[in-house]
Design a protein around this ligand. Structure first.
Ligand SMILES: CCCCC/C=C\CCC/C=C/CC(=O)SCCNC(=O)CCNC(=O)[C@H](O)C(C)(C)COP(=O)(O)OP(=O)(O)OC[C@H]1O[C@@H](n2cnc3c(N)ncnc32)[C@H](O)[C@@H]1OP(=O)(O)O
Length: 288
């Protein structure tokens, strides 16, 4: 099966979940969780995550994001910049309330499939993608950033995969996305320590590509990146990118339901619930 068909194909079970209208946000029409605009100078689409206050990643946000990615694919956009509309936070990672306390199993299953779907669409997109990391990007926030092709970050924020210290083990598709950006040894160090790096440290190890001081500079640096493809036929570029990324994507597509079951089992374990619970409490207590 060719890769484009594989991207559209998913198991019957997965399709049933992704296509079902369950877990529809009642306020979806009232509040957009993902905004899209077009930079009139460059024709590039700017996609802003807009789930206040910290862009924690919920099932509804993933669904809306996937819809936006489908639109951008069919419009054959020149490129996409992913950023945040929240002050100081790019994304705070998975919405912990999707994981704790003891989530509803059906919802968690759907939540995980939509997280996978988001990764498949972002990591496998045909058009060039830039993450403008205009705030902190821990955990799932970092996953979004490393799924893009190029990363530009404002100074003094933190980025990394801090799952291990809270008892969470990253799935292989997340590990492999990190290894597509960093050498294996650096990726392992970052994952096993769960350390969050500041902007300069992230630049020094190659986790991000550029440091900028403001949005204007970010747009200029993004344009430099996009223009490196101006003389490359779009289809050849897209197929080459997918050629590089297809093994990881194909592996997940064939294993989606299992991957979801594995994480559901992990999340429902009393020890995991306890660790996430105390982590969440410490997050809330920080402000007291
Ligand atoms: C999960 C099991 C399967 C294993 C999968 C493993 C790996 C897969 C790879 C990806 C998965 C990753 C798992 C996650 O993403 S779990 C989430 C991890 N996220 C974090 O650890 C970040 C936590 N947040 C922060 O550190 C800070 O909020 C901040 C992002 C630095 C921003 O700080 P600040 O601006 O000071 O804002 P507040 O801290 O006051 O936050 C405002 C408000 O929002 C609540 N909140 C923050 N983050 C989350 C979140 N991720 N989910 C839900 N809610 C969150 C915070 O508690 C505040 O609430 P209150 O106003 O009610 O106090």
């Amino acid at each position: 099966m060719n890769f484009s068909r594989l991207l559209k194909t998913t198991s019957a079970l997965t399709s049933r979940w992704l296509c079902s209208g369950r877990f529809q946000s009642t306020s979806a029409a009232a509040q957009k969780l993902v905004d899209v605009s077009v930079d009139s100078k460059t024709g590039v689409s700017i996609v802003s995550l807009n789930r206040k206050p910290v862009n924690s990643l919920s099932l509804e946000l993933f669904k809306e994001f996937c819809g936006v990615m489908d639109d951008l694919e069919s419009e054959k956009v020149r490129g996409m910049i992913l950023k945040s509309s929240c002050d100081n936070v790019f994304s705070s990672g998975l919405d912990i309330t999707e994981l704790y306390p003891h989530p509803d199993e059906d919802r968690f299953h759907a939540f995980w499939l939509w997280f996978q779907e988001t990764w498949i669409k972002l990591y496998g997109s045909s058009f060039p993608t830039v993450a403008f990391i205009n705030g902190h990007a821990p955990a799932g926030g970092c996953v979004l950033a490393i799924s893009c092709e190029y990363r530009i970050m404002l100074p003094y924020y933190k980025i990394g995969l801090n799952e291990a210290p809270v008892g969470i083990v990253a799935p292989d598709w997340v590990v492999n996305s990190l290894k597509s950006v960093l050498a294996s040894r650096k990726a392992e160090q970052l994952l096993t320590s769960g350390r969050l790096l500041d902007t300069q440290e992230a630049f020094d190890i190659g986790l991000i590509d550029k440091i900028v001081n403001n949005e204007e500079e970010a747009l200029a640096r993004s344009e430099e990146f996009f223009s490196t493809f101006d003389n490359v036929p779009k289809l050849a570029r897209a197929l080459t990118k997918q050629q590089v990324r297809k093994n990881e994507i194909s592996k997940l597509i064939k294993n989606r339901s299992n991957d979801a079951k594995l994480f559901l089992n992990h999340i429902l374990r009393p020890e995991t619930q306890k660790i996430i619970g105390s982590y969440f409490k410490s997050l809330k207590d920080r402000k007291k």
